[in-house]
Write a protein that binds this ligand. Structure first.
Ligand SMILES: Nc1nc2c(ncn2[C@@H]2O[C@H](COP(=O)(O)OP(=O)(O)OP(=O)(O)O)[C@@H](O)[C@H]2O)c(=O)[nH]1
Ligand SMILES: [Mg+2]
Length: 315
């Protein structure tokens, strides 16, 4: 439990060590997390998604400065796009956001999108908890959006920012992936390029087509040129406006409840998976698979057997 008290004091090496432990889900780190969790729930989480190269890192970069000026401490979790050639994480984000390396109130951590024992959602949620416990006021989670991915980030974020760029046909992709429904704030970045106004109009029409109750949040559309910082102050305001709306409407509490439930389900799933892995060692699982292959049992009955053994073990 030594790491937790250090993390709560904002100790960076301790936080980095705990994060590494959580990457591999070592028993020690998982034990520390149990205690750490009780000190979390204060940070505001902003998901930032968009196509590769849309400008997510550049936008976050400008937002870091804006929120630091508001005296808020910042955490960033950058889920790197994985190169199809090497399977390694692209280093660009780390280099670009390096200038904050000396500011102790900004903590940036990259996460490779592969190789996480418990899956990306669990890894991301755990990183959020560590930064939250460190006392970060606002945490940005950058993730490449390619359909399913954004939806997952939306489940762990309080505010979901979706970045689009002109001339890429993003809006069509977006409708297909159901992103329209999950975005709280739309950003049209690279507004210095042709087609930004057309994209905005198209997006407005799509949003109008959705039925809105007067009490519902209507996502704003912010035009930015992240590279020069133009429009990003407005974006920061819009994020805070959404936060205000969530707090006053009770939406924040609902979202956080959903998140707690998601985590509970992931924890149950994790415990079951660990149990099943142990069963493999004992040969139980292979025996069940044999029975399935020879049609002596159905998958549902086999699952019930595993679950009943599991529940006996819990008692
Ligand atoms: N013209 C223009 N270029 C921009 C703007 N914002 C970012 N860029 C450039 O777009 C490129 C990609 O920006 P990033 O911030 O790395 O984009 P990203 O979405 O984080 O990219 P990945 O993490 O690789 O998915 C960089 O070369 C930026 O300099 C902008 O407003 N206008
Ligand atoms: Mg990036």
């Amino acid at each position: 439990m030594k790491l937790v008290s250090k993390v709560l004091e904002g100790n960076v090496p301790a936080a980095a060590r705990l994060m590494r432990g959580l990457e591999d889900e070592t028993p020690n780190a998982v034990e520390e997390l149990k205690n750490l969790y009780l000190h979390t729930g204060r940070a505001y989480v902003v998901g930032v998604t968009g196509a590769p190269g849309a400008g997510k890192s550049t936008v976050i970069d400008t937002l870091i400065s804006i929120f630091r000026k508001k005296n808020m401490t910042v955490g960033v979790i950058a889920i790197d796009p994985t190169s199809p050639f090497t399977g390694g994480a692209i280093l660009g984000d780390r280099v670009r956001m390096q200038s904050y390396g000396i500011d102790k109130d900004v903590f940036i951590r990259s996460l490779a999108s592969r190789g996480w024992k418990g899956g990306l959602s669990r890894a991301t949620v755990n990183m959020i908890h560590v930064m939250d416990a460190m006392g970060k006021d606002i945490i940005f989670v950058e993730a490449v959006g390619s359909g399913q991915g954004e939806v997952d980030i939306a489940r762990v974020a309080d505010t979901s920012v979706v970045i689009l760029t002109p001339g890429t046909g993003d809006e069509i992709q977006m409708m297909k992936a159901g992103i329209l429904e999950m975005a709280d704030v739309f950003v049209i970045n690279k507004a210095d390029r042709d087609g930004a106004d057309n994209l905005k109009t198209g997006l407005e029409i799509m949003l109008e087509m959705r039925a809105h109750l007067p009490s519902e949040w209507k996502p704003g559309i912010i035009l930015t040129e992240a590279i020069s910082g133009k429009g990003t102050e407005k974006l920061a305001e819009e994020i805070l406006r959404h936060r205000g709306f969530l707090i006053s409407s009770g939406g924040l509490e609902r979202r956080r409840r959903e998140r707690a439930k998601l985590e509970l389900m992931m924890a149950v799933q994790g415990s079951l998976e660990n149990y099943i892995e142990d069963s493999i060692n004992k040969g139980c699982l292979e025996k069940l698979v044999d029975d399935l292959v020879h049609r002596k049992i159905s998958p549902h009955s086999a699952a019930s057997k595993i679950l009943s053994q599991f529940s006996k073990q819990l008692i």
